[in-house]
Design a protein around this ligand. Structure first.
Ligand code: NA7
Length: 539
């Protein structure tokens, strides 16, 4: 096991980011392949997404016993989750537990944000430079910067004039934020806003939610996990592993092969009522054609709309919350605990900023076209520059001085989401063009990290020192990514972050591969089995 020596700057591999991906990648490269590996992390501790997203209510919507590492039976057996849907603090504790268990800390350099990396052809090495000017050199660089890690703080006029407290859910302070006796604004109603709103409403004097797009949300019905559940899970981890591998989304179940619209209306209602009362992610999987058949989708969407109209007593609020402009599931739907119910509270207001757009933030609050508000606190729950944001924040310069930002000016281009032509020995975990955010992330990460590790191992065995994809294979893969989405309803949602539409000026290209993690795994396995077809190696 090698550890960091500050005077020593040459490594076999550098991993960037200490979230789920970076932790597993560091462990695999160091402990499976024996590579001298350094992990660079901008934060002060491990956790990635779960380090930064500390807002009230931050919780995962994959089930805890599946949202974890499956590479170590020992870790699976030793760790016990307390709840069905794990909260941010518990996930962070888990990632710290794994880091300690694997003794990874000696190989992690915290408070080190990568600013730039350059590929030097003559030496076939990357030089990675931090924002503080430190330089590290390695044969391989693996980006594990995450898909939802570059916070999107919209540049609303006057934002910097606000004299009160201003937060972003994705960059939440470590100190306790107190809402008591305060007038609070939340801008944004994606998963983060939907999770935070009910908790803020409990203690804020007044909460005003600014909604641009009504979002679908299903009750999480979170619950404590029983000892019986945990012991049955620990006795059959292989069963869960195989189930997750077989599924397109990396969760341990499959949607039944039944169509919403071909099911008799009475039966359909029964299925949906039962799924709603159970709640959670599986509601989306009640039928097999929700994301491929518009009529079927409309029946699902209408069911949720009816639920909102039942829950929310004020008809105007109910209308604003359920006036959907996209099919269910084509933008990321949320899981919630009492989100819609919260709008029945007297201290909670809702503003439809499609009808009454925000004009500017003032020193005392915010102005829409027709109203003026005073606030003590404004919270941006406005999401992320997804999938490419954190990658492109780094200046990545490949062969012949080419910039990744230039190569991707019309949208990201990768082979299998893993590599980019012209950027040898640079790998991306859950990159654009891989299934990533459409799946149970730790399972997508496990597949990518394992594949990258096997690929580097293959290179070592065959005395190859350089790998990059062939251009034509990259083009072909990009076509496959687009073809896969054409068969679905996703393209109907024109304003989704899957497309980059939430970031002004970002090229609009559907970024994740929707063909399924199971199918993608097979494609990647076949590529490896055929001597890494589509990649070129040199010594
Ligand atoms: P999301 O899902 O991107 O949600 C962001 C929300 O903020 C969404 O309602 C946006 O409306 C809204 N938004 C974004 N920009 C603006 C501006 N400029 N003005 C007003 N409202 C805006 O991010 P989350 O953090 O909630 O969730 C991200 C993922 O993290 C989630 O899917 C989980 O996987 C974990 P829009 O819909 O774009 O009209």
């Amino acid at each position: 096991m090698s550890s960091i020596n500050n005077s020593e700057t040459f490594y076999d591999a550098i991993v960037i980011g200490a979230g789920f991906s970076g932790i597993q990648q560091l462990h695999f490269l160091r402990d499976k392949l024996g590579l001298k590996t350094l992990l660079l992390e901008a934060g002060e501790a491990v956790g990635g997404t779960w380090y930064w997203n500390r807002y009230p209510g931050a919780r995962c919507d994959s089930e805890s016993h599946t949202y974890c590492f499956y590479f170590s039976e020992q870790i699976l057996k030793e760790w016990s989750w307390s709840q069905k849907y794990p909260g941010q603090e518990e996930i962070l504790s888990y990632l710290n537990f794994v880091t300690d268990k694997l003794e990874l800390r000696p190989n992690i350099l915290f408070r080190t944000r990568v600013a730039e990396m350059n590929y030097f052809q003559s030496q076939n090495r990357w030089v990675v430079k931090s924002t503080k000017g430190e330089k590290f050199s390695a044969s391989y660089v693996i980006s594990a910067v995450g898909c939802l890690s570059s916070a999107n703080s919209p540049n609303i006029k006057g934002r910097d004039n606000f004299q009160g407290e201003l937060y972003h859910t994705g960059q939440w302070p470590h100190e306790k934020v107190d809402f008591k006796n305060k007038k609070v604004a939340v801008i944004g109603t994606g998963s983060s806003g939907i999770q935070a709103v009910p908790l803020i409403a409990k203690s804020a004097k007044e909460l005003t939610v600014f909604q641009r797009t009504p979002n679908f949300s299903v009750p999480a019905r979170n619950a404590d996990l029983s000892k019986e559940f945990l012991s049955q899970f620990k006795s059959k981890t292989s069963y869960y592993r195989e189930k997750m591998k077989a599924a397109r989304h990396g969760h341990p179940w499959q949607a039944p092969d039944i169509s919403v619209r071909e099911t008799l209306s009475t039966e359909r209602e029964e299925i949906l009522e039962e799924a709603w009362s159970k709640g959670g992610l599986r509601f989306r999987e009640s039928f097999g054609d929700t994301l491929t058949d518009l009529e079927s989708n409309k029946l699902m969407s209408d069911f949720i709309k009816r639920k909102i109209l039942e829950i929310v007593k004020d008809p105007n609020k109910a209308k604003i919350l359920s006036n959907f402009d996209h099919p269910f599931g084509t933008k990321r739907p949320a899981l919630d605990t009492d989100y819609f119910e919260t709008f029945n509270k007297k201290n909670v207001n809702l503003i439809d900023i499609r009808q009454d757009p925000i004009q500017e933030i003032t020193n005392v609050g915010l102005e829409t076209e027709s109203q003026k508000f005073d606030f003590d606190m404004i919270i941006f729950a406005t999401g992320f520059d997804a999938l490419t944001g954190s990658l492109l924040k780094m200046e990545i310069i490949g062969e012949g001085g080419r910039r990744l930002a230039d190569d991707w000016k019309d949208g990201p281009r990768t082979y299998l989401g893993l590599q980019v032509a012209g950027f040898p020995n640079f790998f991306i975990v859950t990159g654009p063009g891989s299934p990533s955010v459409l799946t149970n992330m730790p399972q997508a990460i496990d597949q990518n990290v394992s594949w990258i590790t096997d690929c580097i191992s293959y290179m070592k065995e065959n005395n190859f020192s350089k790998i990059e994809p062939k251009k034509e294979f990259m083009s072909d893969w990009m076509e496959q990514v687009q073809k896969a989405v054409e068969g679905t309803l996703f393209p109907i949602a024109k304003h989704s972050w899957y497309l980059g539409a939430n970031i002004p000026g970002k090229p609009q290209v559907f970024m994740p591969y929707v063909g399924g993690l199971n199918q993608y795994r097979k494609i990647c396995d076949d590529v490896a089995a055929t001597g890494y077809n589509g990649f070129q190696f040199s010594t």
